[in-house]
Design a protein around this ligand. Structure first.
Ligand code: GLN
Length: 478
């Protein structure tokens, strides 16, 4: 059942939040030993469902009344372990809820549990998790994408209708594409980062997953809004998020030429062509757009993201949080804690970031990456003088096999080639299911100007309606 329906029926008293939770838990029990979307289930979920029942009875109008949600394990949850899938945070129980979690609770959602991710959200497959990989519900031999692979899989497997992730370089959109779900990353600053464990602060945003446009809009709207506890939180009024397909018909879409060049599998290009044909028949206009600096996006991203990570991750010293190694003196304690606590990919990122920032190299690497970042943002702004939205494949291929890219970090990084530029420019974007290749889902990415999230939802709703929800499916696990 979708989130909008659950909330409506719970509010009218037709449906009991406790029953919804029990069905959710039964499905998780049945399939999650194989899928491994969850790291932790919330022992308080039943009590939370009970509290929602009381609030509804007291007349509260809750947009997510009784809706079960899954939350990525890099958002803090009061009293519930938050690990970031890292050995260094194993056993860490935060004393407060992230802003996104507070907002979900206030809206009447029931937190089912915390989902798996690549350690500290660094990765594209969920294989860099200290607790083992998540598998793609469409094919258990394949990855669900990453880093929010657990949240994507939880929605694709039909455990929950909606889930929350984070997107620093594509970590919501790429797993959405790999699992046949919708994934949304708002304009930088739309959703508070308070309680989102920092990876690369100038790129990190909370994002959302769902199986329908209406559900995606509902949960996204709940999460957006100003928060004085996040210095980068926007004060602008949140966007209109009632998807309006009729408005979508009036938009002009720019297909980004650079993303259609080498490296795409044939199914990806077919899906994009079909997407275009379906929407042209609805009256949407398509043009081609060139963004020449996009070819620098991946390099710029991996410099900026690692530089910020090397600084953000300095706080895991064995003293403040989580795991602590035994040692005779404080320096040895810190060294040993970090040596044992961090996985190989996180160490690689800390080394790369520290190198890029080090004296003598700063101008050559980090400084140039910032210049490329500014140029990319300027090219996007220029393109939006001519088009309402940009469109690209979300990923160059469908989900790859477990292990296929683990030995080659650069190959792994290349799976983000179509998503990272959006974060560098701080723009909102949405990935929607738009086809299949050999039984595996594929996604198309829509990109909007800053603050114009409403356009993404209008257009996605138009495509969903025009295709009669043909790509809206739960993975065939049963
Ligand atoms: N896969 C990208 C990376 O490894 C993006 C991660 C993310 O968005 N959190 O950095």
């Amino acid at each position: 059942m979708d989130a909008v329906t659950i909330a409506r029926r719970v509010r009218t008293g037709e449906l009991d939040p406790g029953d919804v939770l029990n069905e959710t838990l039964a499905r998780i029990e049945r399939f999650d030993a194989q899928v491994h979307a969850f790291l932790t289930l919330n022992p308080e979920a039943e009590a939370e469902a009970e509290a929602v029942r009381r609030r509804v009875a007291a007349g509260e109008d809750l947009p997510l009344a009784g809706v079960p949600v899954a939350v990525k394990d890099n958002l803090t949850t009061r009293g519930l372990e938050t690990t970031c899938a890292s050995g260094v945070l194993e056993g860490f129980v935060p004393p407060y809820d992230a802003a996104a979690v507070e907002r979900l609770r206030a809206a009447g959602a029931v937190l089912v549990g915390k989902t798996n991710l690549d350690e500290f959200a660094m990765g594209s497959s969920t294989e860099h998790s200290h607790f083992g990989p998540t598998r793609n519900p469409w094919d258990l031999e394949r990855v669900p994408g990453g880093s929010s692979g657990g949240s994507a899989a939880a929605v694709a497997a039909g455990y929950v209708p909606v889930a929350v992730g984070s997107d620093t370089g594509g970590s919501v959109r790429q797993p959405a594409a790999f699992t046949g779900t919708l994934g949304f990353k708002p304009t930088y600053g739309r959703i508070s980062r308070y309680g989102l464990v920092a990876f690369a602060s100038s790129l990190d945003q909370v994002g959302t997953f769902a199986r329908s446009v209406a559900d995606l809009a509902r949960i996204s709207r709940v999460l957006m809004g100003h928060d004085p506890r996040d210095a980068t939180s926007l004060t602008a009024a949140p966007p209109r998020l009632e998807p309006d397909p009729e408005r979508g018909r009036g938009y002009t879409l720019g297909v980004v030429r650079e993303t259609l060049q080498e490296g795409n599998s044939p199914g990806v290009l077919d899906a994009l062509e079909r997407f275009r044909a379906v929407l042209e028949a609805e009256g949407v206009r398509f043009v081609e757009v060139g963004l020449p600096s996009l070819r620098h996006a991946l390099a710029a991203y991996y410099l900026v993201a690692t530089a910020e990570a090397s600084s953000n991750l300095a706080r895991y010293d064995g003293v403040h949080y989580g795991a602590r190694a035994e040692a005779g003196d404080v320096r040895a304690l810190m060294r040993r804690t970090r040596e044992r606590g961090f996985g190989a990919e996180v160490k690689r990122r800390i080394l790369m970031g520290t190198f890029a920032l080090s004296s003598g190299y700063y101008d050559a690497y980090y400084g140039r990456a910032l210049k490329a970042r500014r140029r990319i943002a300027a090219e996007f702004a220029q393109a939006f003088h001519e088009v309402d939205l940009l469109v690209t494949p979300t990923t160059p291929t469908p989900a790859f096999r477990l292990g296929a890219k683990l030995d080659d970090p650069l190959e792994m990084y290349l799976s983000d080639v179509d998503t990272v530029a959006v974060n560098l420019a701080g723009l909102p974007a949405l990935s929607l299911p738009a086809g299949f290749e050999e039984g595996l889902p594929l996604g198309v990415q829509l990109i909007a100007p800053a603050l114009a999230e409403d356009r993404l939802f209008d257009l996605a709703a138009l495509f969903e309606r025009a295709t009669d929800g043909a790509y809206r499916q739960t993975a065939p696990l049963d």
